[in-house]
Design a protein around this ligand. Structure first.
Ligand SMILES: [Cu+2]
Length: 95
């Protein structure tokens, strides 16, 4: 009886590891190039704030910011809405 308990724990741990690996793989498959027009960025501090806002949603995100035009390119699997909300939360306009 005591040995059965040990086997059950192994059965639970192994499938969970496989599931986690599958989820990570799917996220990478759905990475999209998302472009935002951000207004109100005036200096490198703004650029950094926007960068950190995006990374708070997706630490893996690839970010390209063009300060003069306000064009922000993000490679992320996270929903556009969540990324936009994070940028807006820093006090910038997002379209
Ligand atoms: Cu600034």
């Amino acid at each position: 009886m005591a040995f059965t308990g040990g086997n059950n724990i192994l059965d639970l741990i192994v499938p969970r590891r496989v599931k986690m690996r599958t989820r990570t793989h799917r996220q990478q498959e759905h990475t999209m190039n998302q472009t935002f027009t951000v207004t109100g960025m005036t200096c490198s501090h703004c650029e950094r704030a926007v960068n950190q806002a995006i990374r708070s949603v997706d630490p893996q995100a690839q970010i390209k910011i063009d300060l003069p035009s306000g064009k922000v390119e993000v490679q992320s699997a996270q929903p556009r809405e969540m990324l936009a909300q994070a940028i807006a939360g820093e006090g910038y306009g997002v379209a």
